[in-house]
Structure formats: structure tokens, C-alpha cells
Design a protein around this ligand. Structure first.
Ligand SMILES: [Zn+2]
Length: 429
């Protein structure tokens, strides 16, 4: 029986739970865990002498590159497991968009923990057994929707898989089955609105009352969020989880546009990406996670690559949990450097999605000449004045980014649409 992952604890209770969780984790996994045992031995650390959380910062960070190298050296699992391999019942893997996919394994017990994380989120979003949950995506090896689907079943909801279907078929299925909650990426939520419009379907009249979106920034970007909420006539809940960390980030009802972390299952830190220095609440940096409850495949001070900012103000919902203002604001390695200016792709999305005439876009970064340039290819909605849109977008981008961005208007329907994460940045080098 897995313990619950409550979200309504006091700060004192969270601190105590985290301190105990860290000590228990290290006592359980060391000295039997091949990867961490070697890592700490090489760092000259005697972990049994350390006290947590006081000494946590003495432990070195863990990176995805290290985990991948471990799996390459000792395939398939790379000594990243706490228990004998035959105890594991689940394998999922990362999308591999930035290299080789990382395989991640769960035992029945660690999987149950992930389901508990989801169930707490369902309670917070007011989802109960009257709800019909729809998962319009191909059930590949990504962890997210598998865990949400099973948690929905466990929660008593009717759960409807949507793999192997076209977007039109998914929309018909959704209407026929009177779905109330949809799980997808922000990009695909917008895509379904576009297809519905082409098919003459009014999603605002459907029984869908909420969408839980994840997989990329967007759920906490105001213009993207508004576009989804208007198109569906339903509430957006942003969500965050990684294959390696499990589903940890959720949006409360009272404060849209941010993510609380389920600290009963993790220890979050925010660091300056270059130096590794700890940052104070309010400063933007990289999220580092210690997943002390997923003992079968633990992460200790794992650099997620996600850029976040902890809200220094208490949340309107009254929860003591850390809240990431603006959700996941971007990725450390996605940052664009354009003539001395740092730009997140999500900042461009924030601007472009404010224009309802922008149906889709693609960012092209050209580093072939001495001066890196940025071009945005924009696909307009069919009825719009193209010259006017180009002028309006170039002016707005220039005034908000403080440098020139070329906008090229392309034919409607010419840019690719994604079912999962959108690939909206292309680099020419
Ligand atoms: Zn809140």
C-alpha cells in the first residue's frame, strides 16, 4: 500500500517529510545502487556521515548525459536500479528529441506512487467518478499519459484511449462519448480546435469542461492558454512531469498560470545553470529535483533542464507548496542568442499567440553569417490580410524584443502540425 501524496501540508510538515525522505532514500539505496555508489565514491563522499537536508548541497548534481552514458555502458538499464531487474514491471523512455532516449524503469510500488501523484491532482482539479477522461494521443513509450490513464481508472473515472485515430475521428469520438476532461499537449489542443472549425464542429458546445495540458510550455503562457480556453470553452490546467521525475507539477484552481510541486514526493532546488549556485525565490534558473519517494529509480539532485522561477509570494489557494510562477518557462538548452539578446522560444510564443490571425508558426535561427538572424514563418488564418499581418507582427516583435525579427507569411496549411510536442525552432548553421 503506497502512502498518499498530500498537497495540503503545512510548511513544517513538508520540511520534515522531505528531510526524512532524503535520509530514508539514501539509507535504502546505498551501498547497493551501482550508479550512485560509484558517483559518490568518486567524489570522495562518505554519505553515511552526512545529515539531510543540511548537507544535501555536498552531493554532486546528476545530469541526463551521465544517465545516458551509464545506459550505454551497461545496457539496457545502466546500473540505475535500486532493486534486482526482475522486480521491475514498467519501462518508459524520454522522447529523445535532444539525443538518445533515456530508458526509465518502475517497480509496481514506484508506479503506484506516480498514480497517487496523479490522483492528488485529480482531487485538486475537482475530477471525480462522474468524469469521462479522454487521451487523444498515440500510446507510445512516453510515461505521461499511461500514468494519467491508469490513475484515472484507479480514481473511478471512465477512461477513453485515443490512439491510432485521426484528429477528425478523435473529435467525433469525443463528442459521441460525452467526454468531460481532455489530456494533451497545448499544441494539440490548439490543433483540435483548428480541425473542429474546418469540420464545422463547435467545441464550445461540447461536454468538455477542462483540459489538462503538458509536455511543453503553453499551459502557463497567457496567450496560448486563452486560445485553448476560448476554442474549447473549457478551463485549462497546466501540468508538468518528466519520465525521469514522474508527474510532480500541478496548477491549483485559484491561481492559473503557475505550477505547484508535490513536495511530499520531491525536493526541488533552483540553480544558476552555469555556476550551479543556489538561487533565491523570485530568480529564474534551472529546476533540480530529488525524487526521494520513487525509490526503485531515484534521482538525486537531477538537473531537469527546465527554466523556472519560484513565486516568492504565498499562493491564493493557501497551499504551502512551492509554486513555479509561469510554469516551465523554457529549457536551458533552448535559449536563443540573437545578436547579444537571450530569447526563450516561449517568449516568442507568448507574443505570436496573442494574434488570433496566427494559425501556426516556425522560428528559423540562422547562424551562417557573423550576425545571427531570426526569421519567423507565420501561417495565417485563411481570411486574413497577409501584408497587414506581416507589418503588425514585425512591429510588435521589434518593440517587445528590442531587435529586428523578419516575418514571412506562408501559405495556409503549409506548416507541420504536431500531435505531441511541437518542433517550432529550426537552426541553420
Ligand atoms: Zn495555489
Amino acid at each position: 500500500m503506497v502512502r498518499p501524496v498530500p498537497s495540503d501540508l503545512s510548511r513544517e510538515a513538508i520540511n520534515q517529510l522531505q528531510a526524512e525522505g532524503l535520509s530514508e532514500l539514501l539509507a535504502t539505496i546505498l551501498p547497493g545502487h551501482g550508479f550512485y555508489q560509484r558517483k559518490y565514491h568518486e567524489a570522495g563522499l562518505s554519505v553515511s556521515r552526512l545529515r539531510f537536508p543540511r548537507d544535501l548541497e555536498q552531493l554532486p548534481f546528476t545530469t541526463k548525459a551521465e544517465l545516458l552514458a551509464a545506459q550505454l555502458a551497461v545496457p539496457p538499464h545502466g546500473n540505475l536500479l535500486t532493486f534486482p531487474f526482475q522486480h521491475y514491471t514498467r519501462m518508459h523512455q524520454t522522447s529523445g528529441t535532444s539525443g538518445r532516449p533515456l530508458r526509465w524503469y518502475d517497480t509496481q510500488e514506484s508506479w503506484e506512487l506516480l498514480l497517487e501523484c496523479w490522483r492528488e491532482k485529480f482531487r485538486i482539479a475537482g475530477i471525480d467518478s462522474n468524469d469521462r477522461l479522454f487521451f487523444p494521443f498515440s500510446f507510445g513509450p512516453f510515461l505521461g499519459f499511461w500514468s494519467a490513464f491508469e490513475a484515472g481508472v484507479r480514481h473511478g473515472c471512465l477512461c477513453l484511449p485515443g490512439g491510432g485515430m485521426s484528429s477528425v475521428a478523435r473529435l467525433r469520438f469525443l463528442l459521441d462519448n460525452q467526454v468531460s476532461i481532455v489530456f494533451c499537449t497545448p499544441t494539440y489542443a490548439i490543433r483540435l480546435v483548428e480541425v473542429a472549425t474546418q469540420e464545422g464542429i463547435k467545441l464550445q458546445n461540447s461536454s468538455v469542461r477542462a483540459l489538462i495540458v503538458a509536455g511543453e510550455p503553453g499551459g502557463s503562457i497567457p496567450a496560448t492558454r486563452q486560445r485553448i480556453e476560448t476554442g474549447w470553452g473549457a478551463r485549462v490546467f497546466d501540468h508538468n512531469g518528466m519520465t525521469e521525475t514522474g508527474p510532480l507539477g500541478f496548477e491549483c484552481i485559484e491561481a492559473p498560470g503557475g505550477l505547484h510541486l508535490l513536495e511530499a514526493a520531491c525536493w526541488p532546488e533552483v540553480i544558476e545553470p552555469t555556476s550551479g549556485r543556489a538561487l533565491a525565490p523570485g530568480e529564474e534558473g534551472e529546476l533540480v529535483i530529488t525524487s526521494f519517494r520513487r525509490v526503485a529509480s531515484p534521482l538525486i539532485r537531477y538537473r531537469t533542464g527546465d527554466l523556472v522561477r519560484i513565486d516568492p509570494q504565498p499562493c491564493a489557494c493557501g497551499r504551502a507548496l512551492v509554486r513555479l510562477d509561469g510554469g516551465i518557462r523554457g529549457r536551458v538548452d533552448d535559449m536563443l542568442l540573437i545578436r547579444g539578446n537571450n530569447v526563450h522560444p516561449s517568449t516568442l510564443q507568448m507574443i505570436l499567440h496573442r494574434f488570433e490571425q496566427v494559425a501556426e508558426y516556425l522560428i528559423e535561427v540562422d547562424t551562417r553569417s557573423a550576425l545571427t538572424s531570426l526569421c519567423v514563418r507565420v501561417e495565417p488564418t485563411p481570411t486574413y490580410d497577409r501584408a497587414l499581418l506581416k507589418e503588425q507582427l514585425e512591429q510588435t516583435l521589434r518593440s517587445e524584443l528590442l531587435f529586428r525579427v523578419e516575418v514571412e507569411i506562408v501559405e495556409p496549411g503549409s506548416l507541420a502540425r504536431a500531435e505531441m510536442k511541437a518542433k517550432r525552432v529550426v537552426r541553420k548553421s
